[in-house]
Each structure stands twice: as structure tokens, then as C-alpha cells.
Design a binder for this molecule. Structure first.
Ligand code: UD1
Length: 420
């Protein structure tokens, strides 16, 4: 199994190109099911999760030509509406095909995603919303079976809690529904905005994009025709490289990035003593010699993203003082703490709170990745740890970071992918 060997200590310098956003590409790929015509997607990140979802489309009968960052998808040939366990168990976001499959084909089966390393992650809000749009849903044999023999109809959906995936599933279902759907307490992430923009580009009338209340006029079953769609920059990948600059006291420049999506992250890095030069498509970070501690509460966009919590814990580990980090979105998203502590950090956990007492130095060790973002926190720690760190189980990293070791090597890090 592949692992990363990282020899810590050096500074980073130079430029890194940010890839397309995995979490935007996934709903965009799912949304292609709403069309029966070929369409081109560009700036896809070259990561396993994207290949997994494209594979699911081919298993449904769609045609996919995929070459690293570009895919031509033709879902005019779909002849199955069953998303099997083999794929969904590899990637929970496969649940995003539920809304579009049901909307276009009026019946589908999608394997129920199980638990996951960061929490239970139920899909009850997705299902309740689709039911209020006319779906009849049954859970049997580990599958969600949904049907809407007369098609879906518009409805007013009020989410009890903000859900990114739930908002995306409803947006896609509503696009082909009969009538108007309003989503109250909708997610406002840039990935949601991209999905709304994509649907709008196909002629779906949407108001309230980027706000907590979105209204969608459905086409009453008429499939959509999309123009070429370019995936937005990955704000979580970008945030991770900003943390790499911060933790290694370096100056690095991120290219092809949107700073508007990173306000909460940049704000906290400024609190920690980093400074920035921000251009329309690039961000340069200057990491200070000594980082200051920080207080963070994860919350929905535009607040501080849970997907950056682990990386900030890594940089707080060597800050000058005590940082407090509160995880509000997922109940079990501190799996990286015990691994960071193997590198010598001093982190104390109680429930959803972590107190990070900054230490002078981290020291290389063997560590194990537990989920996608936890893995990148270990890589960040390893960049400055004295000696050699081996980060194992990096299949988690490969799910969501495009060429992490190549990009970090180009910035001057001593990082090598090895087998063993
Ligand atoms: C998406 C992101 C993930 C990010 C998360 C929160 C993708 C592919 N993944 O995940 O990287 O960490 O947003 O920003 O975009 N919940 C329920 N019932 C539901 C749905 C969600 O209780 O039906 C809960 C979840 O367990 C969680 C919270 O709501 O506690 C937010 O989850 P949600 O926004 O749905 O996350 P995902 O879409 O799964």
C-alpha cells in the first residue's frame, strides 16, 4: 500500500496551481444525469472520487470519455437507474445521483451510504425533501428505492439544518419537477452556487442563488441541455496550501484560486500572524516566524469550514500559546488528534472541543490517515517535524487531493510516495 515519506524542516517557496473543486465537480457530474445530450466538463481535479462517480455513470449506461481534467459525458444512453453498493460504499457523495435519477427516470435505487470516519452522516433530510416533492421512498436491503410515477412536483422544503448534499439533491430534482420549489435554509457554499449557475445555464429559472432561500422553476420532465461547464477552484485544497505556507514560515503563491471563497480561512490565518497579497486569481501568503494561537468554530459557509479544521489543528500545534477549536458539524471529526500527538503535539479533547497547546517542535513518526482532511493535517505536521514522517493509508488523500506530493515537491518539500 502506498505511503508518503516526508522529511521535515525546510522552507517552501514558489507557486502552486490550485485544481478544480472536488466538492463542486461531484454535484456537477451528478447533474449531467438531467441531460440526454453530450456535454463537456473542464478543470476537473484528477482525484479518485471523480473517477469513482464517472465510473458510476458508465455503470448506469452513460458514456464517459475522461482525460485527467476534462470529461465528455453523454447520459443519453442510461439504461439502469441502480447505484450499487460497490460504488456508493467507496464514496458517500454517490448519494447525489438520487435526485437527478429520480427526476429524469421517475424511479431509481441508490445504495444507502453507511457511516463514515467523521460521523453518522444520515441522509434523512434528503429523503424527507424528495418525499415532499412526491417521491415514494422505501428502504430495503440496504438500498433507497424511490419512485415518482407521475414525476416530481414543486414543493416548499424547509431544512431543519443546513445540508450541502441535501440542498444539491433537491436543486437537481427540482430542476425537472413540475412547478416551483423553494428551499428554505439552503446551503450557501460556492459549490451550491456553481450547481445553480450550471442549472441556470441550461435555462432553468433560479432565484436566490447563494442565499439561504432558493427558488427553482422546474421543466416538468424536459431534460436539460448544458453548455460546457468549468469547475470552480478548490477552496479546501487552496486552504490546505495556505496552511502549508503558514506552518513552514514560508512565502508561497497559489494560482488559479478565488480568494472570495476563502475569507474565513484567510481571516483566521491573519489572526495567527500571516499576511497576504491578494490578486484576482492568486493569493500569496507570508507565513510568520512564530504563529499566534487562534479560536475556531466550524460552521456552514460563509463561516469557517469543517473541511479546514484538521489542517488548522496542525498549524495551531506549533503556535505560541493555546488555541481552541470547536467542531460543530460532525460528531467525530477529531480522529487526527491522536495521530498529530504521535508527532509530538499537545492536544486535549473534550466532546466537540479541542484545546491545542502549542509546542516548540514536532518530531517525525509513523502516522496513519483516517479521513481525507485528517490526512492533509498529518502531511502539514510532517512538513515541519524534525526527522522523517511516514504517512500511511494515503488512499484517503488520493480521494481528494490532486497530485499532493507533486505540488508540494515543486514548492521544495522533501516528500516521496513509496510502497510498503
Ligand atoms: C459536504 C461536503 C463535505 C463537508 C460537508 C459540510 C461534499 C461532497 N462533501 O458533505 O466535504 O464536510 O458538506 O460542509 O460536498 N445531516 C443530517 N441529515 C441529512 C444530511 C446531513 O443530519 O440528511 C447532517 C450531517 O450529518 C452533518 C450536517 O448535517 O452533521 C451537515 O452535513 P452536509 O452539509 O449534508 O454534508 P455533506 O453534504 O455530506
Amino acid at each position: 500500500m502506498d505511503y508518503l515519506e516526508i522529511i521535515g524542516g525546510g522552507k517552501l517557496s514558489g507557486n502552486v496551481k490550485i485544481s478544480g473543486a472536488k466538492n463542486s465537480a461531484l454535484p456537477v457530474i451528478a447533474a449531467t444525469i438531467l441531460s440526454d445530450k453530450p456535454l463537456t466538463l473542464t478543470n476537473l481535479p484528477n482525484v479518485v472520487d471523480i473517477r469513482t462517480l464517472l465510473k458510476l455513470l458508465t455503470m448506469l449506461g452513460g458514456k464517459v470519455e475522461h482525460n485527467d481534467t476534462v470529461a465528455v459525458v453523454d447520459n443519453g444512453t442510461i439504461n439502469s437507474t441502480k447505484a450499487v453498493y460497490e460504488i456508493v460504499s467507496q464514496m458517500r457523495a454517490s448519494i447525489l445521483v438520487l435526485g437527478p435519477l429520480l427526476a429524469r427516470f421517475k424511479v431509481c435505487e441508490v445504495s444507502l451510504p453507511g457511516g463514515c470516519a467523521i460521523g453518522q452522516r444520515p441522509i434523512d433530510m434528503h429523503l424527507k425533501a424528495l418525499e415532499s416533492m412526491g417521491a415514494i421512498i422505501e428502504i430495503k436491503g440496504g438500498y433507497v428505492r424511490a419512485e415518482a410515477p407521475n414525476g416530481l412536483h414543486g414543493a416548499k422544503i424547509v431544512f431543519d439544518k443546513i445540508t450541502v448534499g441535501g440542498t444539491e439533491n433537491v436543486l437537481m430534482a427540482a430542476a425537472l419537477a413540475n412547478g416551483t420549489t423553494t428551499i428554505v435554509n439552503a446551503a450557501r457554499e460556492p459549490e451550491i452556487v456553481q450547481l445553480c449557475d450550471m442549472l441556470s445555464s441550461a435555462g432553468v429559472v433560479i432565484t436566490g442563488t447563494g442565499t439561504g432561500e432558493i427558488t427553482i422553476e422546474g421543466t416538468n420532465g424536459v431534460p436539460l441541455t448544458f453548455p460546457e461547464t468549468k469547475i470552480i477552484p478548490d477552496r479546501i485544497e487552496a486552504g490546505t496550501y495556505l496552511c502549508a505556507g503558514a506552518i513552514s514560515h514560508s512565502t508561497i503563491t497559489l494560482d488559479e484560486v478565488d480568494a472570495n471563497h476563502l475569507k474565513a480561512v484567510i481571516d483566521k490565518l491573519e489572526v495567527m500572524g500571516c499576511s497576504f497579497d491578494i490578486e484576482p486569481n492568486s493569493i500569496t501568503i507570508h507565513g510568520p516566524e512564530k504563529l499566534k494561537p487562534v479560536h475556531i468554530i466550524t460552521t456552514e459557509y460563509p463561516g469557517f469550514p469543517t473541511d479546514m479544521q484538521a489542517q488548522f489543528m496542525a498549524i495551531a500545534a506549533i503556535a505560541d500559546g493555546e488555541s481552541i477549536i470547536e467542531e460543530r458539524l460532525f460528531e467525530n471529526r477529531f480522529m487526527h488528534v491522536s495521530e498529530l500527538n504521535r508527532l509530538g503535539s499537545d492536544i486535549w479533547l473534550k466532546g466537540s472541543l479541542a484545546a491545542v497547546h502549542g509546542v516548540e517542535k514536532l518530531y517525525g513518526a509513523d502516522v496513519m490517515a483516517t479521513d481525507l482532511r485528517a490526512s492533509s493535517a498529518l502531511v502539514l505536521g510532517a512538513l515541519v517535524a524534525e526527522g522523517t514522517t511516514n504517512v500511511r493509508r494515503i488512499y484517503h488523500l488520493d480521494r481528494g487531493y490532486d497530485n499532493l506530493e507533486g505540488k508540494l515537491s515543486k514548492l521544495g518539500a522533501n516528500i516521496t510516495r513509496k510502497k510498503g
